[in-house]
Design a protein around this ligand. Structure first.
Ligand code: 4IA
Length: 405
């Protein structure tokens, strides 16, 4: 393709030269989120010549409006109308109706309530076993390395049915995929040398003959036997689980544990009322927004507030800014189990809303319930370290000290 990316106009929107993907912002994006929300409904980001939405109502409305805000031109900065994607696009995330709908329905069924009922008991036992192991080593541990990054990797790959060998590739693959939604900065360059190797391994896991005879992977292939999706789509649907389902839950559970370590009163509330575990995870997803951003592309000149965003332009949706918009949330910076977090856009909203959210909730609920059974108090025991990613709000390390009953 020889066409060039359309550039040029800020369409009368206020302009900012902030770089949302700089290390300074990734370390602490909250001041930028507030500045973008306060600047207006739409802000032109001059560095990337895109438009940003950061207020809850605008993000929410745009997410529901898949007709004017398309996904099939890519939900990263790169515009698939003009640039080659780094991998074949996702058949759900990076697709619009009608092509989006069949794979979406298949994943919804495969990851639905029936599948989860079969997993609940085993995951609860796995969570209890992991907590026992960690606490047997002592009462100081790393909430990221020892719990949040360990539990999903113990249960999710088995639930999909991938082979044992090479599972250490899952997090680095996801880390790169989420970096690749952003600009071609140092974070993308860091992942590029291994991308061929990691992609080859992931693609192998998606093949029917490599997948276990039962599990989400086998269920997806069975759907292709029924004609619900094509045999060409089946491996790409499995790939979506492996891309979207690992780093997100690791960092979501990290966020939940960090929230409890820094809000001890909320940990006591959870202990008194363990059924709050599900609400707690959603509140942590609102509070931290493990998936901070993604893009849409305007299919037509589309009005947001007083600004008409021109057809073809990329729009960056700040889920994280919307989830702490004081116009929508009372005391938004507080992690609070008494609030109703429903309506948060941390899982997106509308036709693309996270199809794996029930799996994520079950993972989080399992591990936090197991911790609440044994741990009386959690506190931060050393310097916490962020992991920078162009899309994810992530942790490298959260040292904690716990007291047992
Ligand atoms: C896919 C936005 C994020 C959670 C996500 C990433 C990748 C895919 C889906 C969702 O590869 O389908």
């Amino acid at each position: 393709m020889t066409a060039t990316v359309p550039t040029g106009t800020s369409a009368g929107a206020p302009t900012s030269d902030v770089d949302p993907f700089s290390h300074e912002v990734l370390e602490d994006p909250l001041p930028m989120h507030e500045a973008l929300r306060e600047a207006g409904s739409v802000v032109h980001l001059s560095r990337y010549d895109t438009f940003a939405l950061a207020r809850y109502d605008d993000v929410h409305e745009a997410l529901l409006n898949w007709q004017d805000f398309q996904s099939s031109a890519g939900v990263g900065l790169s515009n698939f109308r003009y640039e080659e994607p780094w991998r074949p696009p996702s058949i759900v995330l990076e697709a619009d109706p009608p092509r989006h709908d069949a794979p979406r329905r298949v994943l919804q069924k495969v990851l639905g309530p029936r599948a989860l009922r079969r997993l609940r008991e085993g995951w609860a036992a796995d969570a209890d076993a992991l907590v026992d192991e960690v606490l047997a080593r002592g009462t100081s541990f790393d909430a990221v390395r020892d719990v949040a990054a360990t539990f999903p990797l113990r249960v999710f790959p088995d639930a999909v049915g991938i082979q044992e060998e090479g599972r250490e590739h899952l997090l680095p693959y996801g880390d790169h995929a989420f970096n690749a939604f952003g600009p071609a900065n140092d974070l993308v360059a860091k992942g590029t040398p291994r991308v061929a190797e990691l992609s080859a391994w992931v693609n192998t896991q998606c093949r029917r003959e490599v997948l276990a005879p039962t599990g989400f992977g086998a269920d997806i292939w069975a759907a292709s036997d029924r004609g619900d999706i094509t045999p060409e789509q089946a491996p790409l649907a499995v790939r979506s689980l492996l891309t979207a389902g690992v780093d997100t839950t690791v960092h979501g559970i990290s966020a939940l544990l960090y929230a409890f370590a820094t809000h001890p009163d909320q940990w006591q509330r959870l202990r008194a009322e363990p059924s709050l575990a599900r609400t707690a995870f959603d509140e942590a997803v609102r509070w931290e927004s493990p998936v901070q951003t993604f893009f849409r592309t305007a299919t037509t000149d589309v009005r947001v507030g007083d600004v008409v965003i021109p057809e073809g332009r990329k729009i960056l949706m700040f889920l994280a800014a919307a989830n702490r918009d004081p116009r929508r949330w009372a005391d938004p910076d507080r992690f609070d189990l008494s609030r109703d977090p429903s309506g948060h856009v941390g899982f997106g909203m509308g036709i693309h809303q996270c199809v794996g959210q029930h799996v994520a909730r079950l993972e989080a609920e399992s591990i936090v319930t197991a911790l609440a059974r044994r741990v009386a108090t959690i506190e931060i025991a050393g310097p916490t370290v962020r992991h920078h990613n162009n899309t994810l709000r992530a942790w490298e390390s959260i040292p904690v000290r716990v007291a047992l009953d």
